[in-house]
Design a protein around this ligand. Structure first.
Ligand SMILES: [Fe+2]
Length: 230
């Protein structure tokens, strides 16, 4: 018998090693951002601090993050290479970027990044017990009985014997300090619940892919130079 698995979601995990001195400079800068939050009421008790909602959504323009972003961009091109998008025919733009700080049981709920194409999380500060990344499926391709792989009672009753690669609808990606995870922005993701974080700090950004030349190209975003502001 052959099992033929089709149509994967591809997520890349890689390492970016940085000097401790540079890491500490970035950590201090991010802590300063948190101290200067512009919308403190937005952060509820169980939500992590997210810089993009607090007035700090363009950290890629901050010199202190420049070296890191140079390395990140190389990994993003590597990701596009894996899914056979030709780097000679597209441009990449970082739209926005921000840091996230999670302390104690703070978490980031399920969400997706609607306005961009590729997103990433880089773990600038993370200890082993801090929460990992969770990604969620939405296609449920093997769910022959609708809802069955999302049902706790189906597991309790034993109708579904166990979760495995063929039926999971959510997956934890274990990450360590210095890891970067790159994925399509439309992928629903969250941080792992029920974890105690020891000041976990990650950096994320939203990236858009734009065709260098849209001539005879039906899909894909045309080059920005062709856009007219209305
Ligand atoms: Fe996110």
């Amino acid at each position: 018998m052959n099992l033929i698995n089709l149509f994967p979601l591809t997520v890349i995990k890689d390492k970016i090693e940085i000097a401790e001195k540079d890491r500490n400079i970035m950590i201090e800068e991010i802590k300063d951002m948190k101290k200067n939050s512009k919308n403190e009421n937005y952060q509820t008790e169980t939500n992590a601090w997210t810089g993009d909602t607090q007035g700090f959504e363009f950290i890629h323009k901050n010199e202190k993050f420049k070296l890191l972003f140079n390395e990140i961009i190389k990994r993003v091109w590597g990701y596009l290479n894996c899914i056979e998008i030709d780097n000679k025919l597209v441009d990449l733009y970082i739209q926005r970027s921000w840091a996230t700080i999670s302390e104690g049981n703070e978490r980031i709920k399920k969400h997706r990044h609607f306005q961009s194409h590729i997103s990433f999380a880089y773990y600038l500060k993370k200890s082993k017990q801090d929460s990992n990344l969770v990604v969620f499926d939405e296609s449920y391709k093997n769910e022959v009985m609708p809802g069955i792989f999302r049902s706790d009672t189906a597991l309790q009753k034993g109708i579904v014997r166990k979760m495995n690669h063929f039926n999971v609808t959510q997956a934890i990606i274990n990450v360590e300090e210095n890891d970067i995870v790159i994925f399509p922005s439309k992928t629903i993701h969250s941080t792992q619940p029920a974890k105690s974080n020891d000041e976990r700090i990650s950096i994320s950004a939203d990236i858009v892919c734009v065709a260098k030349d849209s001539n005879l190209l039906e899909m894909g975003m045309p080059p920005l130079k062709e856009w007219s502001k209305m």
